[in-house]
Design a protein around this ligand. Sequence first.
Ligand code: B12
Ligand code: SF4
Length: 522
Amino acid sequence: MKVLFIDEYLPQEMLGIMYLSRAIKDAGHECKALFIPDREWLVKLLEFNPDVVCYSMTTGMHLYFADVNKKVKEALPNVISVAGGPHVTFVPEYVETEGMDAICRGEGEEAMVDLLNRLQKGESINDCPNFHVKDRKTGEIHKNSPRPITAKLEDLGFPDRDVVYESGAIYRESDRKVFVTQRGCPMPCTFCFHHAWKKKVYNLRNSEYVRKRSVTHVIDEINACRKKYNLKFVHFVDDIFNLRNDWLEEFCERYPKEVGLPFDVILMANMTTEKHIEWLKKAGCVYARIAFEAASDYVRNAVFKKHTTRQQLTDAAGWIRKHDIRLGSLNILGGPGGTIEDDLDTLRLNIECKVDHPMASLMQPYPEFEINEITKDMGYAIAGYEDFPTNFRRTVPILYDYKHELENLHKLFTLTVRYPVLLPLTKRAIKLRGAYRPLLVLSMLHAEFLVAEQAKIYAKAQGLSGPKYWTWVDFGYRLSTKGVLRVYQTFFAKHFDRFSRTPREIRMRLQMGDERVVAHMD
Ligand code: B12
Ligand code: SF4
């Protein structure tokens, strides 16, 4: 069978597609990826002429992909359209969308191979585990429970990078590539997908759900990737890199000798010790992020269930700075049950910890996450999922009466953390109605500056130097290029095809590894 993944250009390569492609190819099927916008995308689609078209979906992107799938079906009416990923796992009713044939709940490697084998043999897929399937003739929906998850991650092999790098030059050429060493998370944080995935989808214990690859397997994958592709910086997307003490110690001991490339990680404050930071520093870690989420003990622990004391946050942050690793923080503003004063306190915590690279998102109570029920139980109204922003750094979909203050504060957050002298001004500015747009522009400019600053640190870690890496020069280059692209988009883009690739590609190249979009999670 011929399978085509269609995805949007994202600021880093998609491990989900790469893992699925590994399984699909190993089972003897063909697999390709296509990234849009691409002026040629329909031509490429027809050329490849797939039997199955796949989409990987997060909440916010589901309407966009429904639109893309409509065009796919117009071009290839017999193709089978399958969606997977977090959104459809939690909102399986998505299968009812016109043109969609099946959705996959949970991990997809074995499920996808089973589905393709059945299709190849001409068998029915109506009872294929993991899938909700819409019968093409009757329109009836068949709902099947997921099969057990893959217990040993090594059995999945290395993710197939070729599938993404062959179609996406920006991913192939990028110095920084993405790796993951584990699946699952033992923590119950209410704003994150893990507890829902673990309990509502699979009903598993932590010992079954949390899996870690061996250090050898991870190092072998990095070295194999390096042999074939350009790789100078390793970006680990693991939710908690210091999940296991023994694993971390072995990794930090072997990695500098067997790989020796700079890397970045996300750490969990309540699991972090100073020893971890010492090991990581020696191993070549140049950047570590800690999830603060909220300074208010009530919001952080009672509402978010983060199980982390303020002391653990300040200790972890202090050790990272002490050992001269760039310190990043992840924060969520607008937690239900909190106030604008609590969010200002989160800002003060970041100032106290002297965070180099503060990051904040606005609360998004995604479907089936416990935070969604908590928010509703507290009496707040939430916008429909169709109105959720595709980007969680823009607006909050909870209808707070202090919504405008919250969104304004969010836009001034990083600037004020880095320049605390602005705090009194920030407190006044957030009250201004109609300030959203200018503050958004200001926050984007400052985020661009932080990215240039980060790029310099990454370059230094790779032994690269020169004016092009100076923060202000890089900042100027980024701004002018993006400015030109913005003008092009505003005045000229409408004269070209909606799926025109070049300007979008230039922007994506600038955004590859961009901290604003990459470090959105812990
Ligand atoms: C790395 C990452 C990113 C990267 C890359 C995203 C990507 N699509 O690969 C970047 C930085 C670009 C990103 C952006 C965003 N992300 Co993100 N991201 C992650 C993170 C930390 C890891 C994803 C990953 O690589 N996992 C490992 C791979 C192997 O697993 P997987 O992708 O889930 O795929 C498996 C299954 O889902 C399934 N599957 C997936 N697709 C398909 C398709 C088919 C056809 C089938 C059969 C199966 C299937 O099978 C795969 C293999 O088992 C997850 C949290 C996590 N730990 O998973 C959040 C997560 C996916 N992100 C999330 C969010 C909210 C976002 C953003 C909306 C944030 C924003 N900017 O506002 C954007 C959306 C961008 C987009 N269109 O995807 C949420 C999604 C919640 C939801 N309900 O949708 C998650 C779950 C984090 C959370 N809050 O809990 N993200
Ligand atoms: S927010 Fe982080 S610690 Fe909490 S469940 Fe999600 S990945 Fe785990």
